[in-house]
Design a protein around this ligand. Sequence first.
Ligand code: TMP
Ligand code: ASP
Length: 255
Amino acid sequence: MSQPEKLYEGKAKIIYPTDDPNIFLAHYKDDATAFNAQKRGQIQGKGEINCRVSAVLFQDLEAKGIPTHYLDCPASNQMRIRAVEIVPLEVVVRNIAAGSLCRQTGLPEGQILAQPLVEFYLKNDELGDPLLTRDRILLLEIVTSEQLDRLKALALEIDGHLQKFFAAGGITLVDFKLEFGFDREGQLRLADEISPDTCRLWDSAETDPEAKVMDKDRFRRDLGQIETAYQQVLQRVETVMTQNQMTQLPSTNDR
Ligand code: TMP
Ligand code: ASP
């Protein structure tokens, strides 16, 4: 069967329609870009790894009451998702200072933030995804004030769950980027992906500032061993998922 015409192609995924107008198919690519696509490359096996990592994390978050666009994975690099209209905001949550926060504020990399910081960036490649203020978001009428509060509350709740999940796998969640969308019923759902492409993940047991990096910063900063780091993240995330499933099983005494 020939592939249907794509609905949308982004830097890391292609979105296809399905026979059901409420369901899309996301195809995760091995292509990697950084610095607004000024740097381009391929990370072998990335599409499959990011799809599998995202699937585990979306399922974990759903189980904790966070609505997501995730449905299932018909193939290891493909995810069936609910059709949502993406809110053109990149919602970044930071627990530890790194990346653009350090560049723009002078905070030293690695400084633990007294409380998580939630930031909103405009999802617009032509403008270079600028950092927004609350008033600019309302001025642009991207979302209402109430929706913005809901986005921030959801982002913080997700941060709490993800920090715990990664910590169980010996990974420190430094910061990450989320996207949200409205489904056909008008419900706000977590969308896009949660993967080593969209998170900063540091090996908790490692102190060396380069060796600890398990995410796309290995590609951005030419640190090498990118595939190995991504595979490690997948392996640890799947181990935590299996451990969580085991502890949720009723013990033999209860059966
Ligand atoms: P930043 O420090 O470069 O602003 O990045 C913050 C987090 O957001 C980091 O985990 C990487 C992620 N991110 C994306 O997922 N996509 C992007 O386009 C950018 C700039 C960052
Ligand atoms: N994904 C973004 C890009 O290509 C940036 C990044 O992740 O650093 O442009």
